[in-house]
Design a protein around this ligand. Sequence first.
Ligand code: FAD
Length: 401
Amino acid sequence: MSDDVVIVGAGMAGVQTAVELRRQGWRGAITLLGDEPHPPYDRPPLSKAVLLGTEGTEPVDIRFDVDFDALGVELRLGVRAGSLRTEAKELVTDGGPVPYDRLVLATGAHAVALPGTAGVPGVYPLRTLDDASALRPVLAAAVPVVVVGAGWIGAEFATAARQAGCEVTVVEAADRPLAGVLPASVTAPMRGWYAEAGVRLRTGTAVAAVEPGAVLLADGSRLPAGAVVVGIGARPAGAWLAGSGVRLDPAGAVLADDRLRTSAPDVFAVGDCASFPSARYGRRLMIHHWDNAVQGPRTAAANLLGGDEPYDPVPYFWSEQFGRFVQYAGHHTAGDTMLNRGDPADPAWSVLWLRDGVLVALLAVGRPRDMAQARKLIARSAALDPARAADPALPLKETAG
Ligand code: FAD
């Protein structure tokens, strides 16, 4: 095998791919390109501890604990790949052409912008270290904040902003938080989390316009806003690949196969930028969570080195919001049977989903042990006794048939 591996995107998935290639014995060259100027860093703390640091003090060290020199990885920061010439096996970057023998796409995702807000001062995305750094003085000044979107990022940002002493209003176009992810009965108690933290939650109202210092809602109300934080989702960073021969799916993600290979020879894709077919769930998955950016590179590296391993993980993520540790594993659909395990009015409870008696997903609030056991049970498609599984006093693993 010729020996130049190039990885585009120096986030978790890109860095992890380099680490895995070395761990799995690759001795050839590895070049890791990233368009951000900062040494590679971890994103989850950006909507949590990082926001609460004061200027000049880093509240938490988010750099990856990887010695790129010792690993023999050429790290090229501040370099953006603009297009890909697959026939020539060459990336076109703003730092000049970069030839490759094998290429790994790990360009992640971009925050979705709120339409009509380009150039409006005081409107902030939250995706990068620079975004979080721009928000720290906003929180330190404790200005009133309007958060657009009651998803994971919106809830986490609202939590930090309240801790900083800001007045916070969260505006959500759907009728409840996390409407696209969880059923109404599961999100109902979450309204109380916002209220208890002193966050105003306005659901069923879209933003009509943002002007300097205020947000206008579709229902005619006007919210004063020293800052507007937009948390309405992320879109895979794949547009630069248009015309390259690397196929994208309708959502704009790189269309990988179940080995994380793309449609172009010797080109693989990992992390937030890709989607892949899951045999476990019988559909294509695009996962924008940390665990996928850690797991995928193991498989991609193995296959890049000549292996033939399928990638079919049990998706997993966590969120820290309003003093709660929320975790979800698996994948459920509306047709699955949902069971409560504990009372959602209590500080700790879980909800699980069974398909034909088999555990397919679990949401845990403050019950990490349920989650640890569920991840193993889901992975081995364990059937649970529904009556016993609904009893929070029984360890989940003891309810498997
Ligand atoms: P990214 O981290 O997006 O990295 C991709 C990198 O590639 C970026 O640096 C990007 O600038 C660069 N790039 C893009 N295009 C190019 C190009 N053309 N040329 C060169 N470089 C390029 N997940 C959880 O499970 N739990 C959490 O609590 C959680 N919290 C989060 C909080 C925040 C604020 C955010 C933004 C995400 C959070 N996530 C969380 C999701 C998790 O961080 C992501 O799934 C993970 O970072 C994806 O890693 P990645 O390497 O695929 O992509």
